[in-house]
Structure formats: C-alpha cells, structure tokens
Design a protein around this ligand. Structure first.
Ligand SMILES: Cc1cc2nc3c(=O)[nH]c(=O)nc-3n(C[C@H](O)[C@H](O)[C@H](O)COP(=O)(O)OP(=O)(O)OC[C@H]3O[C@@H](n4cnc5c(N)ncnc54)[C@H](O)[C@@H]3O)c2cc1C
Length: 438
C-alpha cells in the first residue's frame, strides 16, 4: 500500500480534455483539492460529440482498441455503456473498395520488427514517449526503409494518415508512427476489454465519458479565460476573467505553446514551446448522399502522399438510416469545404449541407532534430519545477489512452495520497451540458 505522507495540496488544472479530467480525477481520489479551468463552454476537448436529429456524432477521439486498458477502467468505473465501432473500409482513388494489405502481420517483417523493438525501444508501449524518442527520431519513411519494414507502411500508413498524424512522406519522426501502430493493438492482440474482441466506443458519443468524469469533480469551471499565470516560491496564482485562483501547484493540460502567451514562462519553457509542431486537421460534419455507407472509409488516393493534402482523407458513416457523415481533411481551413465538395462528387455523391466544421491543433510533436537533442527528456525534467506539471499529447502522444495513462501516472508519481483524506468526500456535482447542434 502506498504510504500517506503528504498533506492535501491544492492544484489548478488548465484544460478539461481527457488529460486534464484524468489528472483531476486522480488527484481528487488521492485527497487533493483541484480547480479545473476550461476555456470552452463544455468539457472533452478533442473528444467532443454533438447531436444531429437525435443521433450522436463524434467530432474527434472516440475509437478505443484492445490497448485501451485505462480508458476501459474509467468507462467501467463510471458505468458508461460501450459498443463495437463501425467496420473499416479502404477506397482507392476511383472510389472502389480495396483490401487493406495486412502482409506486415503475416510475413517475417513482424518478427524483425519485434526483435528491433526489443533491442532499441523496448518501452514503446509504456505511457509517455521520452523513453523511445532518440531511437526513433529518424523520418518515418527513412526509418522504415533502413529496417526493411516497408510492409509496415502498407499495412498501417493509410489508417495513420487518415487519423490525422500526417503523411508518411512528410518527415515526421518514426516515433509517432510506431507509437500509433503499437496502440492499434494489432501487433500483440491483448485480452478483450469490456467484452469487445475488437475496437469499441461509447454508445451515444464519446463526450458522455468526459461529462461523467466532469460531473464527479468538485470544482470545474467552464467558459473561463485564463488571463495570466504567476508562479512563486510559495504557490501559483491563475488570473481569470472570473477572478483569481490560488493553488499550491499547476497542471497544464493544454499544449504548452497554447498557454505560453499567458504564462510567466522560463527560458527553457519558451524554448521548448517554440519547437512544438502540429498538423492542421479538420472535421466536417455534413449531409452527403450517394456515397458508400455503413463503415469508416479511408481514402487511399488522398493518404498516399502529402501532394494531395487538403483533400478528404477519411469519412465515417455511423448510422445506416441517415446521410450525415463526419469527414476528415488536412489543409487550410478556407479550402476544406470546396475540396470536400469535389471529393464527394468524385466518389459519385453530393454534399448537400455542412452542419459544422472544426479545425484542430492536432498532434503536438517535436521534429527529429529536437528529439535527438532530447526535447522530450527536457520536458520531463521540467515536471514539478516551478510547481508546474505538463500532461497531454506532447509528452504522451495524441491518443486518448496515451493521454489518460500518462496523466494518471504523473498524478500518482508526484502527488502521494493526502493523509486522512482517502475516502471519497461529499461533493456538489457540476452540471455539464451536452453540445446541441440541431
Ligand atoms: C478528428 C480527431 C479524431 C481523433 N480520433 C481519435 C480516436 O479515434 N481515438 C483516440 O484515442 N484519439 C483520437 N483523437 C485524439 C484525442 O482526441 C486526443 O488525443 C485527446 O483529446 C487529447 O486529450 P487532451 O486533454 O490532451 O487534449 P484536448 O482534448 O485537446 O483538450 C485540451 C483542452 O484544453 C482546453 N484549453 C486549451 N487552451 C486553454 C486555455 N488557455 N485555457 C483553458 N483551457 C484551454 C481546450 O479547450 C480543451 O478542452 C482524435 C482527435 C481528433 C481531433
């Protein structure tokens, strides 16, 4: 059993996406007092759901694989109902269904990959990225060629690019591709989670999970703008448009570059924030008729090379009785709708109404040279300095399970349970509204 040696701490958490909510839940369970500050009117960050005609649509994160043990635990603790995800299909440039090559899982490349993993990045499946960063700093295409693993790209590249992580010919470090592949659960199939042998999601939208987490927190403030953050030897003060919040410690559950303008940043924080990169990735929720349906479609003609960036890379048709679909694209926000219209027509369909469009600051990452220069180790070394902790996609990788596991581990490592406060306390549940659309 863990020793109880800390008195209760007060913690301000900035950001109420999966990372911020997971860290806040963990801290409260350990007896600490937490205030969560979220700039949007509702929680869930890049895992928000909306409703159209009474049906739930996920705008961002919602697919869980058999690697999602922490997420499954959370779903089970909060009694959230889950279901199988829609099947996947790949369409070629002409819109014809093609088989995804899974040769990598069958030929000797998988054995070679396993040996390489054991030798060079044995901790890749553990929470966080820093442990494997220097071994996998090379651009992914180069790394795959160097190790004779091109079939890994054939099997996973389409899904990786369709999911927003960039094109394989873009020079993004192999670290991110390898972490993604590991998290698909296809390399080493694990046990069933929540009774599902394959991928699963939340009935009625993934946002439900985060609303349930939020409802149990004691002090969650949405629609709050952080004006400035000051850190002193004896505590942290967060100035917001709804008044100041004082705390012993600060958790930044937002990408550091987003919070830099309001932070009394050190030179090290400024330097690291300046190196963060990301992908412009968009979700368009729209009605389109005449398209292949009843699946999550990857559009191979637009995932193969960055030359087609801007065109739609995937779309999800979740409900057979409806023509509303979620479409995903890279590129400039102003081009997304026009290119989508073209793409839908090329597939034989017609885009009739755009309900909503979201531009995400997706996948915060460091380039290869920065990984080799230990940027992720430097970020780890900042944990706890200046009373500040960092969670989220940058240290963890841009997937829900990675964000949750990293955030929970950080809370457990740095905030031992407070003496005498381990039992759950009475609390006033926050009221979290679902985002209505129509
Ligand atoms: C289109 C799309 C599809 C995805 N699909 C999947 C999937 O199927 N499976 C999967 O596992 N993952 C998926 N992801 C990734 C997943 O959504 C993210 O990894 C996850 O949401 C990261 O959680 P986070 O809390 O670190 O960040 P976020 O979800 O980005 O949350 C950050 C929060 O901080 C708030 N914030 C930002 N700045 C401030 C500020 N200054 N003050 C206060 N609050 C602030 C934001 O409003 C937000 O609520 C997808 C993402 C997208 C965009």
């Amino acid at each position: 059993m863990q020793e109880l040696h800390e008195s209760a701490r007060t913690v301000a958490v900035v950001g109420a996406g999966p990372s911020g909510l997971a860290v806040a839940r963990e801290l409260e369970r350990a007896g600490h007092r937490v205030t969560v500050l979220e700039e949007q009117d509702t929680v869930a960050g890049k895992c928000r759901s909306v409703h159209v005609d009474g049906r739930a649509y996920d705008l961002g994160g919602h697919i869980c694989t058999n690697r999602y043990e922490r997420t499954a635990q959370l779903l089970s603790e909060l009694d959230v109902e889950t279901e199988r995800t829609t099947r996947y299909r790949v369409l070629d440039a002409e819109g014809k269904a093609v088989r995804q090559s899974m040769a990598f899982l069958r030929d000797d490349a998988l054995q070679r990959y396993r040996a390489l993993r054991e030798r060079e990045f044995p901790r890749i499946a553990e929470p966080g990225l820093a442990h494997s960063a220097r071994a996998l700093a090379a651009p992914v295409a180069e790394w795959l060629a160097e190790h004779g693993l091109r079939s890994m790209a054939d099997s996973f590249g389409t899904g990786y690019t369709a999911a927003g992580y960039g094109h394989l010919d873009e020079g993004i470090p192999a670290l991110y591709f390898v972490k993604y592949v590991e998290m698909t659960g296809l390399l080493d199939p694990g046990p069933e989670l929540l009774g599902h042998s394959g991928d699963f999601t939340v009935v009625g939208g993934f946002g439900t999970l985060w609303r349930r987490v939020a409802e149990e927190l004691k002090d969650l403030r949405c629609g709050v703008r952080v004006i400035s953050i000051e850190r002193h030897a004896d505590g942290v003060r967060v100035h917001t448009d709804a008044g100041p919040v004082e705390a012993d410690d600060l958790v930044l559950a937002v990408t550091p570059d987003r919070v830099l303008p309001v932070l009394d940043a050190t030179d090290e924080e400024r330097d690291l924030a300046g190196r963060i990169r990301g992908n412009a990735y968009h979700t368009t929720l729209a009605t389109a008729s005449g398209l292949p349906g009843d699946a999550f479609y990857f559009l191979a003609g637009h995932t193969a090379s960055r030359a087609t960036a801007g065109h739609c890379v995937s779309y999800h048709h979740r409900y057979p009785g409806s023509d509303v679909r979620t479409f995903y694209s890279y590129g400039r926000p102003e081009d997304v709708t026009a290119l989508l219209r073209e793409d839908v027509e090329a597939l034989g369909g017609r885009l009739t109404e755009v309900h909503l469009q979201r531009a995400w600051a997706f996948m915060p990452y460091f380039g290869g040279a920065d990984l080799r220069d230990r940027a992720l180790d430097r970020l780890d070394a900042l944990q706890g300095r200046n009373r500040t902790y960092y969670v989220g996609g940058l240290p963890a990788f841009e997937l829900v399970e990675c964000a949750v596991a990293h955030a929970q581990d950080l809370a457990r490592r740095h905030f031992p349970p407070a003496q005498g406060t381990l039992t759950r306390q009475d609390h006033r549940p926050a009221t979290i509204e679902e985002e209505p659309l129509t």
